[in-house]
Design a protein around this ligand. Structure first.
Ligand code: FAD
Ligand code: APR
Length: 412
């Protein structure tokens, strides 16, 4: 392998590049990213950056490799979009000054992440209506918060919407949170914890509207009103849309790679010979959970970026490896979310769990540890303001612990 190209200059792409160098790859390494910035961290965008306590200079992703980012000896192609992939010639096309430029590769890592969904039917030309994915998005929302007397409508009660609502409240802004489903964050954490999160938001003064959608977003140049499907009209100086993301795969249309809500990979993270995917854009069959997963969390972008870099080098003869367990990507997913003074951590997959049990603390105290059962297995652990037990239970999930073993740990 002489030239490896990484498409996507963010968390998964950077960690892949770092791991390639860390594993001794001394060939040419090209990283293509359509944002103009060097790799930066996204979680603070809905937290410290929006709150106004951090600026862009806090965000660059740190690199452990000797010499930092420059020590990686990467040919950065920033502000450059990949527009096509030709597997027969093993080249990608880059949009460069409106002229397509071909870039050949021996190995390819696709780490193009995901983009926010736009609210169906919502005008795109109204000022102060935003999604939140990039540094530029966060600064644009913050600029509105800095200047206008505020009423904010947040559409979508997932993690983005909930964090934006919490941060806006911490700035003293009036916030209405509109979630189509009866429970916010319920898909990820289950209805009981989702209901608790709704109560936490209400206690902090958020007007939480559940089971209702948005019919129209109106205004002349700037947004002025949001009409809900139940007929309510909310005045709004700012609308933030957080209704989920779509993996960035359009550039792969016609390439022959299988795309189905993400790039479909094998259990090692390989999409086709010598072509791997990592992070928010990648879908793979999880042995642990017995179904295909696409995970949109920070920790997965790191772990999968590193994993596929190793597999690419190990399998540079053409296959991704021997099929041994070490070749298989089978993590226990983990994420956190900060809302007000509550930190939620979830390890494992709680979606679709058969049962949830609080095993430490209580939901009334809003400080607790809950376990999720799927069949006779421990599927997930969620902790609110009790971080330490997450490590223990995550290890148990990793080891395939039974539900009764997990409960024994809890009571012991
Ligand atoms: P991305 O970070 O999306 O990066 C993909 C990069 O590829 C982007 O720069 C994109 O512009 C670029 N790209 C796309 N298409 C092309 C193309 N054709 N050519 C070139 N470049 C391209 N996770 C948590 O676990 N906890 C949190 O608290 C948390 N908070 C978050 C807060 C916010 C506001 C956001 C947006 C995300 C948050 N996340 C959080 C999720 C986490 O940041 C993502 O899972 C992570 O960024 C995924 O990394 P990635 O490299 O796979 O994709
Ligand atoms: N109106 C109101 N709510 C809607 C609508 C709509 N038209 N459409 C979807 N929703 C709700 C969903 O029911 C869900 O609760 O929006 C929420 C979207 O939640 P997520 O899918 O978690 O997406 P989001 O919060 O945008 O986060 C996107 O960024 O940080 C990452 O981990 C985060 O992976 C997540 C991604």
């Amino acid at each position: 392998v002489r030239r490896i190209v990484v498409v996507g200059a963010s968390l998964a792409g950077l960690r892949a590049a770092e791991e390639l160098r860390g594993q001794g790859f001394d060939g040419e390494l090209v990283v293509v990213g359509d944002e103009p910035h060097r790799p930066y961290d996204r979680p603070p965008l809905s937290k410290q950056v929006l709150a106004g306590t951090w600026d862009a200079d806090h965000l660059p992703l740190a690199v452990a490799h000797e010499g930092g980012l420059d020590g990686l000896d990467v040919d950065w192609r920033l502000g450059t979009r990949a527009t096509g992939l030709d597997l027969a010639t093993r080249t990608i096309t880059l949009a460069d000054d409106d002229v397509g430029v071909e870039l050949a590769f021996d190995g390819l890592v696709i780490a193009t992440g995901a983009s926010p969904r736009w609210l169906p039917g919502c005008r795109t030309d109204l000022a102060a209506v935003h999604t939140l994915r990039t540094l530029d998005d966060s600064l644009a929302i913050r600029a509105v918060l800095d200047t206008t007397p505020q009423r904010v409508v947040v559409v979508g009660g997932g993690f983005i919407g909930a964090e934006v609502a919490a941060t806006c409240r911490s700035r003293g802004v009036d916030v209405t949170l509109v979630e189509m489903l009866p429970v916010p964050m319920g898909v990820a954490v289950g209805d009981e914890v989702g209901t608790l999160m709704a109560d936490i938001h209400r206690d902090h003064g958020v007007d939480v509207r559940l089971g209702v959608g948005v019919e129209r977003v109106d205004g002349s140049d700037r947004v002025e009103r949001v009409r809900l499907t139940d007929g309510t009209v909310l005045s709004a100086a700012l609308v933030v849309i957080g209704i989920g993301v779509v993996p960035n795969t359009a550039w792969l249309d016609g390439s022959g790679l299988t795309v189905d809500d993400g790039i479909v990979c094998d259990a090692t993270g390989q999409a086709t010979s010598g072509v791997f995917a990592a992070g928010d854009v990648a879908r793979w069959p999880s042995r642990r959970y017995g179904r295909s997963l696409r995970i949109e969390h920070w920790d997965n972008a790191i772990a999968m970026g590193e994993h596929v870099a190793q597999r690419l080098l190990a399998g540079s003869g053409g296959s991704a490896g021997s099929g041994d367990d070490g070749d298989v990507y089978d993590p226990v997913p983990w994420f956190w979310s900060d809302q007000y003074d509550r930190k939620v951590q979830l390890a494992g997959v709680a979606a679709g769990a058969d049962e949830m049990q609080v095993v430490e603390g209580s939901m009334d105290e809003r400080r607790f540890v809950a376990l999720y059962r799927q069949g006779d297995r421990l599927a997930a652990v969620l902790a609110m303001n009790r971080p330490r037990p997450v490590v223990t239970y995550r290890r148990q999930i990793q080891a395939g612990a039974s539900w009764s073993d997990a409960l024994a740990t809890a009571s012991g």
